[in-house]
Design a protein around this ligand. Sequence first.
Ligand SMILES: [Zn+2]
Length: 77
Amino acid sequence: MAVKKIWQITHSCGHTAERDLDDRPTGRRAGFAEWLATQECTECWRAAKRAAKEGDDSTEKGIAWGVRCRHQVLSAS
Ligand SMILES: [Zn+2]
């Protein structure tokens, strides 16, 4: 039986995306997929980042904080 590598993720923004979790340890894929589902999809994340560049200072700081948190989560897993 083939091990499931491609996971269908329904992101918090409502978009669905297929993610190849082949680089994740098999036992951690389900948890990582669950975590991804709490995040916005890559496109929305990029759009938010782009909007932050054009937005005012307070928005930019808020987004920067979010990116830092996200990066820490990714590094820890
Ligand atoms: Zn989205």
